[in-house]
Design a protein around this ligand. Structure first.
Ligand code: FAD
Ligand code: N01
Length: 542
């Protein structure tokens, strides 16, 4: 029903489907499953050569999730969650990819997915109340609904450093890692970036490379993962209690059950506070943020957690100058994504690893043979960019999306993304954004947020079809109200104090707006449910 026109000679006849979904990661696969169950004809377009999204692309050594595997998985199918066995507390990228491939097979999704096809543009045809979607193979398709499952962290960013193209060695971005892997044996390797990807890839490369130079601009806070094989007793407990466990997780702030100490960090004596942080450090993982109830609310409380991490860095890294350079200062812990590592700080005790502080001495140029900072030159065989993403909006604005009156989304969002509930945009009827800006998305276990959005969108489409509506659109007032609410919630948090990708600070010229919704997934879900229960309050239906 959808015709390709790679030759570009004659325009192919316009195919028609009920819905187009863009992206075949966790979000796109589940969206497809739900829409098929409603009986819709669906076409999924995926730029990658396989399903899996994040887990298809990010194949760098050390890549794994930092939400425990049994939580970082779908809950929609009780059979699936009983059948599948995770091997480790935090699953590796290959294992998560195998899981998503299994999901695509088990639910017979593949026939509806067109791989290696990038959506380049989509325009809303007001006369027909339909979207016309164009792909990079020259084809077009008309769809009643357009659902963006394009991912919050899928538009990779390589910084614009002078001389980039001149580099004579091999270069890699963590999220475009070669499928066959990379052998760094005997190589002099440079890694730029010390966020979550850098923290995972650096220890792995250090074990192989002859020399590793870590070019760090902003030190991160990282807590140990304490990864281990999944214990059989834990697995059987979870499988016996899965439904209840998942339901509880949906009602939390971040989509994961954390044992939050209700006290303030400031009300307990210093020795007890230290013991509490130490206990969480030993446990491993992001539960560290829950050591006290105000770690993410009070700057002063946060500083006690931050100083604890710095003390662990000093205790781990033998060279005091290196330990100091690795110690984050000037922003609260957790306001840039907390990293979770396996042997990250220990890596800087290795003879073959050198930390280069490129805040103190900025990178000036990439040369044919390596990299030059203001104070030194480094000869490199390979350069790894762990430099992140144009997060939340990049995958959307890289598509020429035009709503009513032909207005491009990128222009509409020039001063920052504006949505209603993070799932719809005024002036863009019948368009849904899964985990879009303005929804909890990256402030949560992504799978919990993805499932909630997919189910809400599927229910909405079912509602429209049952009542004979062709079109749903967020009103400008509802969008305005949501943006104001989201900004107000953001203003009450510590997040705006950091220059992070959460606020767009990593992309030159990107407006500084806290993009994810900071009100918590539990409260947000209730809000979405109430909107639906009121006949889609804040939307006009026609
Ligand atoms: P994605 O998995 O990003 O999939 C989007 C897909 O859309 C991609 O395959 C992309 O190719 C495709 N696409 C985009 N634009 C187009 C286009 N124009 N045309 C066609 N196709 C397009 N989250 C957590 O909650 N816990 C974790 O532990 C965690 N670990 C992570 C580790 C890494 C290395 C990274 C990068 C992210 C991690 N995340 C984690 C966030 C992660 O992105 C989400 O958990 C989740 O995988 C997102 O799924 P998605 O389907 O929404 O998006
Ligand atoms: O990207 P990042 P990421 N010169 O943006 C540096 C998820 N994830 O891919 O901050 C020098 O966090 C930049 O420095 P600075 C998770 O949500 C999860 O690591 O700009 N340095 C920073 O250090 C995460 O938050 C996992 O000063 C430059 C780094 O590159 C998100 O994905 C694993 C530079 C980029 O860090 C993104 O993480 C991986 C330049 N010109 C990813 N440009 C899990 O474990 C950039 N940098 C769950």
């Amino acid at each position: 029903d959808v015709q390709s026109n790679r030759s570009g000679d004659t325009p192919a006849p316009l195919g028609r489907v009920d819905a187009v979904v863009v992206g075949a990661g966790f979000a796109g696969l589940y969206m497809l499953y739900r829409l098929r169950r409603l009986g819709l004809s669906v076409r999924v377009y995926e730029a990658g050569g396989g399903v899996g999204g994040t887990w298809y692309w990010n194949r760098y050594p050390g890549a794994r999730c930092d939400i425990t595997s049994m939580d970082y998985s779908y809950s929609f199918s009780p059979e699936l969650q009983q059948e599948w066995t995770w091997t480790e507390r935090y699953a590796t990228q290959p294992e998560i990819l195998r899981y998503l491939e299994h999901v695509a097979d088990r639910f017979e999704l593949r026939a509806h997915i067109q791989l290696r096809t990038r959506v380049t543009a989509a325009a809303f045809d007001e006369a027909a109340d339909r979207w016309v979607i164009r792909t990079d193979d020259g084809a077009s398709v008309s769809a009643g609904f357009l659902i963006m499952a394009t991912g919050c962290l899928s538009a990779a960013k390589v910084p614009d450093i002078e001389g980039l193209e001149a580099f004579g060695g091999e270069r890699y971005h963590t999220s475009h890692w070669p499928h066959g892997g990379v052998d760094f044996t005997g190589k002099r390797v440079g890694v730029i970036g010390t966020g979550s990807s850098g923290v995972q890839v650096i220890p792995a490369i250090a074990e192989q490379a002859a020399r590793l130079f870590v070019f760090q601009r902003t030190p991160c806070f990282s807590v140990p993962a304490r990864n281990a094989p999944l214990e059989a007793a834990h697995e059987s407990w979870m499988k016996a209690n899965y439904a209840e466990h998942r339901q509880r997780a949906r009602e939390t702030r971040a989509g994961v059950i954390m044992d939050v100490d209700p006290r303030s960090a400031l009300e307990v004596p210093p020795e007890e506070r230290e013991r509490a942080y130490q206990a969480r450090w030993e446990q491993g993982g992001t539960g560290f943020l829950a050591t006290f109830s105000d770690v993410m609310r009070s700057r002063e409380a946060n500083e006690t957690a931050a100083e604890f991490v710095r003390s662990r860095i000093r205790a781990t890294v033998r060279d005091p100058a290196v330990a100091e350079a690795l110690s984050p200062r000037g922003y609260p812990l957790g306001t840039r994504r907390l990293c979770v590592d396996t042997g990250y700080y220990e890596t800087f005790n290795r003879e073959n690893v050198t930390l280069v502080d490129v805040k103190a001495s900025p990178i000036e140029e990439i040369t044919k043979t390596g990299l030059r900072t203001r104070s030194a030159e480094y000869t490199l065989d390979s350069l790894v960019f762990a430099t992140g993403f144009d997060a939340m909006t990049g995958a959307l604005t890289r598509i020429e999306l035009r709503g009513r009156g032909g207005e491009p989304l990128a222009a509409r969002w020039a001063d920052g993304p504006r949505t209603y509930l993070g799932v719809a945009v005024a002036g863009f009827p019948n368009l849904f954004t899964i985990t879009g800006p303005g929804s909890p998305s990256v402030f949560s276990n992504a799978i919990v947020s993805i499932e909630q959005h997919v189910e809400w969108i599927a229910d909405c489409i079912a509602y429209l079809r049952e009542r004979g509506f062709a079109c749903i659109e967020a009103t400008a007032e509802a969008e305005e109200g949501w943006v104001a609410h989201a900004n107000e919630v953001a203003g009450g948090t510590l997040y705006p104090l950091a220059s992070s990708w959460y606020v767009g600070a990593n992309i030159p010229g990107k407006p500084r707006v806290l993009m994810p919704y900071a009100g918590g997934v539990g409260a947000y879900r209730k809000r979405c449910e109430a909107v639906a229960a009121q006949g889609y309050e804040g939307f006009s239906l026609s």
